[in-house]
Design a protein around this ligand. Structure first.
Ligand SMILES: Nc1nc2c(ncn2[C@@H]2O[C@H](COP(=O)(O)OP(=O)(O)OP(=O)(O)O)[C@@H](O)[C@H]2O)c(=O)[nH]1
Ligand SMILES: [Mg+2]
Length: 829
């Protein structure tokens, strides 16, 4: 080695380290050369292939290049393009690559700037979002074949059909024709599409029907259009795109009750007061007596105007029901039967009902209206939760003349809000209620006076529960102390009877005075017989001073110091006990924080839900809404919280939510050393219990193609704990091997977090073959929950676009940002 090569290598090594530091999560240490075995990556797949001159390998040198290139330990590189991210604490764990720092890989990655530029051009030509996976497309330069195949498949879409330009230039995006898919760069789009009287169509495609894959994106604008037209023009173009005749469905695309529609029927269906919304080509069933409408073989999807003369005769098996209960000649589905039961409709097997469009029903042949199915608010709520339609409440509806055509413009049917259901659950204590409560506040859902009153009572009775846990613990510690300090009493002992005991009592730090002891005995007895409701809240105010006195007693202070040994004492106990007098008073009104910390505020045995749209957002994540095409304000979300008890109930709720758009599974990171018992089952490590529930949920057929997000909650508690208790305490996490000894909690917590995320991602992928989204939260911090929810909505939007074929099939760039950016699906670097 010459003296010149040493500084050269130092510089290379420093560059590499600087670059690496930027790729790693904040605070994470650099990989330790002595412990190269450790990795939290998934993308390392074996030793390096021999270097090949024709395969470019990249040494990331500047941060701007980093945002588009990933460096892998084996010298390959990946490009990442993603939609913009606004959430700050989510990562795609694929970004955490195994860093193999052997000399080979370092030298392999050592490219000149010129080489890097040429690679960069290559990436620009290939850059795209993924069509099949939940991630940005990863262009792998490991083998020449990969380069060729990827380039071939993508280049067509990345070339402007008019000027033929491609490469980096097109990173600004292309706009594609909704008929023929030809793409145009921002310079050519207006020349190729003219004034767009039918929306985004090449001039030669005007008048032609659209490509059906594009239907979901009709009327959704794109960045490129916003760049070349004024917002007013964009609005006009989008309106034309949605409303012009050429872009509407054609009658032959709709089959209703087994028969293809004709022009008149299509006009009738779109012209009625309640037309089916967001209609796509396909096969449907329609019950003209009740107005129920659904996809062939599926439960009802909506209620449209009744008595329309469209399609064939409603078939018995139209919705593929198997309940032996029939409505208007159709065998209903399980979910419908369940709702009938909630509505207290007697429906033994082989019952045939007539259901009318106002909700009234009778048994066939009895001529006796028995009630109204949608009359009760609870039934309407359950229908909403199970995605069954209910008629709008407008009284005008029942008076509607079914043959009257509305004067509304036809495409108004496209304006329907879509509600995306997000299911939230996890094992007991994972923090789902806290997340739900935060979401409720974030989206402006207020508690009613009655709810507040109940919350107040819950908090007050919690106060006594916490106190009883402390008093019970105190008693136990006192007994232990006595036993330890009880010297054997000798026969020759001359001290007076009782003297020893009283001496010991004096020294015992867990002893309390007689008055308090009396109260303690009384309280513990009430708790033991489970008779709390008989005394509280009446006694709340009366005993407030005693509670306060006990809480301030030195013996209780000593007991509290050993709170780790009191598993039923939550951290929030202190928050409320510190304010015992205030909380116990009649005038007490729980603050937002009190509600957040209070246990038992959300229903403990069932479901709760809130609806929100991005418009309701209180704490906006600044630039989240800077593109109006990015989140349609019409998009509604319904966050449905299934409580632990609901989950234990044979998980029957889950089956009812097969139409959920997303499952959010919550796990408390700090649970790795906790024990837990499922009902009367054996004690089990809580992380393992979470893993089991996670696994069984993932395997639940109701969710076979539903995206999953794992929320790793209690990150704050995890950071505090990890240096005291190793995560290897949990047998599933035994192979965690941190890079090197750490002096800083955060970096160790980070590593453990990624490691655990990878464990779950691998588990998920081994079951589903898909990618699991992971996000960390500190549910007690509202901003953290805000970011997590933003992340969820972004994932949903991304999934929706993917399913609509916007990325993979349409080649429509309007939903994809080619700009170098950060993304929760990829990484926050
Ligand atoms: N330190 C910390 N505590 C949290 C966090 N999230 C929730 N908690 C606390 O953990 C406890 C359990 O939280 P809950 O939200 O009630 O958990 P859950 O999943 O609803 O559990 P169950 O109601 O028992 O089904 C409460 O005392 C919360 O205040 C967090 O991120 N960090
Ligand atoms: Mg709860």
């Amino acid at each position: 080695m010459t003296s010149e090569t040493v500084p050269e290598q130092d510089t290379v090594s420093k560059k590499w380290q600087d670059a690496l530091r930027k790729m790693l999560p904040a605070g994470a240490p650099l990989p330790d050369e002595d412990q190269l075995d450790y990795s939290i990556a998934v993308e390392y797949d074996g030793p390096l292939p021999p270097p090949t001159a024709s395969i470019p390998t990249i040494d990331p040198i500047t941060i701007s290049r980093f945002s588009r290139f990933r460096k892998l330990g084996n010298g390959s590189a990946k490009s990442i393009v993603s939609r913009p991210s606004r959430a700050s604490n989510q990562f795609d764990f694929d970004m955490i690559s195994k860093f193999n720092s052997n000399a080979n890989s370092v030298s392999n990655m050592n490219l000149s700037d010129e080489q890097l530029d040429s690679c960069s051009d290559e990436f620009d030509r290939n850059i795209d979002v993924d069509s099949g996976e939940n991630s940005a497309n990863l262009v792998n330069f490991e083998s020449p074949e990969n380069v060729v195949s990827v380039t071939k498949s993508l280049s067509k879409r990345k070339v402007c059909s008019r000027c033929g330009k491609k490469g980096r230039f097109l990173l600004r995006g292309i706009e594609s024709c909704i008929v023929c898919e030809a793409g145009y760069c921002s310079n050519c789009v207006l020349k190729a599409m003219g004034s767009m009287p039918e929306g985004r169509k090449c001039v030669c495609c005007i008048g032609k029907p659209i490509d059906e894959w594009k239907r979901p994106s009709l009327g959704k604008s794109s960045k490129i259009l916003l760049r070349v037209c004024s917002p007013l023009e964009v609005g006009q173009i989008m309106k034309a795109e949605k409303e012009c005749k050429a872009n509407q469905l054609r009658p032959e695309q709709l089959i209703v009750n087994g028969r293809q529609l004709c022009d008149e029927e299509l006009a009738e269906i779109f012209g009625c007061l309640l037309p089916p919304q967001n209609l796509k080509p396909g096969r449907y069933w329609y019950d003209k007596d009740s107005g129920l409408w659904g996809k062939e073989g599926e439960k009802p999807d909506r209620i449209i105007s009744s008595k329309l003369n469209i399609g064939g005769k409603l078939q018995l098996d139209a919705s593929n029901g198997n309940t032996k209960v029939f409505i208007n000649g159709r065998e209903i589905t399980k979910v419908e039967l369940r709702v009938l039961k909630v509505a207290s409709v007697q429906c033994p097997r082989d019952t045939h009902f007539w259901l009318y469009d106002d909700g009234s029903y009778e048994e066939e042949g009895q001529n006796n209206i028995k009630g109204n199915i949608w009359g009760k608010a609870s039934t309407r709520l359950v229908c909403a939760l199970f995605s069954l339609p209910v008629p709008p409440e407008s009284p005008s509806r029942s008076k509607e003349d079914p043959t009257t055509f509305s004067s509304k413009s036809v495409p108004a049917y496209m304006e329907k809000e879509s509600v995306h259901k997000i299911l939230l659950f996890g094992v007991e204590g994972s923090g789902t209620s806290t997340i739900f409560k935060q979401a409720k506040c974030l989206y402006g859902n207020k508690y009613t006076a009655e709810e507040l009153q109940n919350i107040k009572l819950t908090i007050q009775s919690n106060l006594y529960r916490y106190l009883s846990v402390l008093l019970e613990g105190r008693e136990r510690f006192e007994e232990e102390f006595m036993l330890k300090n009880d010297p054997p009493v000798l026969d020759s002992d001359e001290s007076a009877p009782g003297e020893n005991a009283s001496n010991r009592n004096k020294q015992c730090i867990y002893s309390i005075n007689q008055r308090l002891k009396h109260f303690s005995d009384w309280l513990l007895e009430i708790m033991a017989i489970g008779d709390m409701d008989a005394f509280f809240p009446a006694a709340t105010r009366e005993y407030a001073p005693v509670v306060d006195e006990i809480w301030k007693d030195p013996a209780i202070h000593e007991t509290y110091k050993r709170k780790e040994e009191l598993p039923f004492l939550p951290d929030v106990a202190r928050y409320f006990l510190d304010r015992a007098i205030e909380v116990s008073s009649n005038e007490y009104e729980p603050s937002e924080n009190d509600i957040l910390y209070a246990e038992g505020v959300t229903p403990s045995n069932g479901l709760s839900s809130i609806e929100f749209s991005c418009d309701d957002h209180h704490l906006t994540s600044d630039d989240y809404y800077d593109n109006f095409e990015y989140q349609s304000p019409l998009t509604k979300y319904q966050l449905i919280h299934i409580s632990t008890k609901g989950m234990q109930d044979g998980c029957k709720w889950l089956e009812m939510f097969e139409d959920a758009r997303m499952v959010v599974f919550c796990i408390a990171l700090s649970d790795y050393d906790q024990v837990y018992s499922h009902g009367s089952g054996p004690l089990q490590n809580k992380m393992l219990a979470s893993k089991e529930l996670f696994e069984s949920t993932v395997k639940n057929p109701s969710f076979h193609d539903t995206p999953f997000v794992l929320l790793f909650n209690k990150y704050d508690a995890f950071e505090d704990k990890i240096n005291q208790v190793p995560i290897t305490n949990c047998e599933w996490l035994e192979d965690f091997n941190p890079l090197k000894p750490h002096h800083n909690n955060q970096s160790l917590a980070n590593q453990a977090y990624y490691y655990m995320a990878m464990k779950f991602k691998k588990l998920y992928s081994s079951i589903t073959g898909r990618k699991l989204f992971v996000c960390q939260t500190r549910a007690l911090e509202r901003k953290s929950v805000d970011e997590a929810i933003t992340y969820l909505t972004e994932v949903l939007k991304w999934e929706e676009d993917k399913n609509d074929g916007v990325y993979g099939l349409g080649g429509d760039e309007s939903f994809y940002s080619g700009e170098v950016t950060t993304s929760p699906y990829v990484a926050q670097e």
